[in-house]
Design a protein around this ligand. Structure first.
Ligand SMILES: [Zn+2]
Length: 533
């Protein structure tokens, strides 16, 4: 079905920016198949704030840059605690691929000391969803170039498209006991169909099977780490054409990275994202924990596509939801490059209260994710006490704010903070799904998947260097969280049970300090990209 011919009704399963054509590509799924929709009118932008007197001069200097299509002056809020919009420059890059280059030029231009950049790092899928008012895995109507959502964003019950899945598996000669990139390709299977022969005919066979079966989801076991980079390299070496997505993919851009963490080098594989067809690794966290129902739930909430969301931690969905909420509030998101100074104020909340944190005892400690530092309180307490960076010592409640016991801090009683607003619906959903998964019915498994993934969404995460006061047996100590977790998991990521010997200090619902037993510790690598509001 071509673009704009007739009204099209279905679910968005994939979205990405096409950097060659400067257009957004959306894949809309319905009973007739997956339909490609291109939107060249979509222009991603970012913002610059500087003292108003400097804006005209800065604007003139930006307008002459090669990578800039247009600069306009608009009003936006630049901080959550700021009620009033301020004049900022909105910069429209000439091409999609110029956005980061131009941002870096403006950032490294020493001439302006106190200018700051906003909305640089947002994913294209999320930008598009925010601007068009739609979300992935949600029902939409597309007609005459316009999107109309057909569901409430936070609807509790919603239908999911019956996506067709196929499993891709390859057989590699591995004389070293572990397959390597240079080993020979011996065969492959897509579901029950096998191909063999020489490497070239196997590659050809894989492409033909995928094309003829036309699954919506291509599952692998460890596809990001090995299967996909291996096949991409084989295809390049043999000069063979291998296309696994519905649009040609550009694998070469995404390389794996090694990084140093927990005292050793860890290899993080690249991301092998297909276009228009979802490549999901059955080992991806959300898929493993909750099957597709949980992944779709996260994707709807975060507005990140299922392929993107599958490769991120559930906590990233909360961050994305904060960005979405800030956008609806007319507030910009500071670029992370400029962030270290900004963050002190939020951290002060945590440091001030004697280093106390709340852990959910059933789930325990999470680490490796510093993005959720300012979120390090039990979610329902954050909602009931209205805890958020901008509600702390707010100017509107100087005399009558909600006092934090034993501390000099006050919390706002006039305005609901960003974090409570983001968390409240999530907590309500979890409550609903938790109840529904216990009631027999055709959707029981779906409710179970949604409940499981929301449980993980609400887990509080800390960076490896967060200092935590704790009791280990009779020993009272303060250590970095990685030192505490490494007692249990010295050499690997994973989950370990504690036998009651580890206790940490947190707060009850009235913000009074209490000691809590830790049931489990979890160690997970931090996500590659971090974003804070
Ligand atoms: Zn207030």
């Amino acid at each position: 079905m071509g673009t704009g011919e007739t009204a099209t009704h279905g679910w968005i399963i994939d979205a990405y920016g096409d950097y060659d054509r400067d257009a957004m590509v959306l894949w809309l799924w319905n009973e007739q198949g997956a339909h490609r929709i291109e939107d060249p009118r979509f222009l991603p932008t970012f913002f610059l704030h500087a003292p108003p007197s400097e804006l005209p001069a800065i604007r003139r200097r930006i307008e002459i840059l090669d990578g800039v299509r247009e600069v306009r002056e608009v009003d936006r809020r630049i901080a959550l605690e700021d009620e009033d919009p301020r004049p900022v420059l909105e910069i429209v890059p000439r091409h999609y691929r110029d956005i980061h280059g131009v941002a870096h030029i403006l950032d490294s231009n020493g001439g302006y000391l106190d200018h700051r950049l906003f909305n640089v790092d947002l994913r294209f899928s999320q930008r598009y969803a925010m601007e068009r008012g739609i979300f992935p895995m949600g029902l939409v109507r597309y007609a005459n170039g316009r999107w109309t959502p057909e569901e409430e964003h936070f609807a509790l019950d919603y239908p999911l498209p019956p996506l067709r899945r196929s499993l891709l598996d390859i057989h590699v000669d591995n004389p070293m006991g572990m397959p390597r990139m240079q080993d020979r390709l011996l065969g492959a299977r897509v579901d029950e169909d096998a191909v063999d022969g020489d490497e070239e005919s196997i590659l050809k066979g894989i492409g033909e099977l995928v094309r003829s079966k036309d699954p919506d989801v291509l599952l692998t076991d460890g596809g990001d780490a090995f299967t996909m980079p291996y096949l991409a390299r084989k295809a390049a070496e043999l000069g063979a054409d291998l296309q696994l997505g519905r649009d040609p993919e550009r694998f070469a851009e995404r390389k794996g990275k090694s990084y140093f963490t927990y005292g050793k080098i860890v290899y993080k594989p690249g991301q092998y994202i297909l276009r228009g067809r979802l490549h999901l690794d059955r080992g991806h966290f959300a898929y493993r924990e909750s099957d597709f129902a949980g992944l779709a739930e996260l994707s709807r909430l975060s507005t990140l596509t299922p392929q993107e969301q599958a490769r991120l931690t559930p906590g990233t969905a909360i961050t994305a939801m904060q960005v979405n909420q800030a956008h609806r509030d007319g507030c910009l998101v500071l670029w992370k490059k400029n962030r270290p100074e900004e963050f002190k104020s939020a951290e002060d909340l945590l440091r001030g209260d004697r280093g106390g944190f709340i852990f959910e005892p059933e789930v325990g400690l999470h680490e490796g994710l510093y993005e959720l530092d300012f979120f390090a309180l039990y979610p329902s307490i954050m909602v009931s006490c209205n805890i958020s960076a901008e509600t702390l010592d707010c100017p509107c409640c100087r005399l009558d704010g909600r006092a934090v016991p034993d501390l000099r801090y006050r919390l706002c009683t006039r305005r609901l903070g960003l974090i409570p607003r983001v968390l409240k619906p999530v907590i309500e959903r979890r409550r609903y799904y938790k109840r529904m998964k216990g009631e027999p019915g055709p959707l029981q498994e779906v409710y179970r998947g949604r409940d499981t993934i929301l449980k993980w969404l609400l887990v509080t995460c800390f960076s490896a260097d967060t200092l935590v006061p704790y009791r280990f047996g009779e020993d009272y100590r303060i250590d970095r969280i990685d030192a505490i977790v490494d007692r249990y998991l010295p050499d690997r990521a994973g989950v370990a049970e504690c036998r009651g010997e580890l206790r940490v200090f947190g707060y009850d619902a009235d913000l009074h300090p209490v000691e809590k037993r830790v049931a489990k510790v979890v160690k997970a690598p931090a996500p590659r990209e971090l974003l804070k509001v």
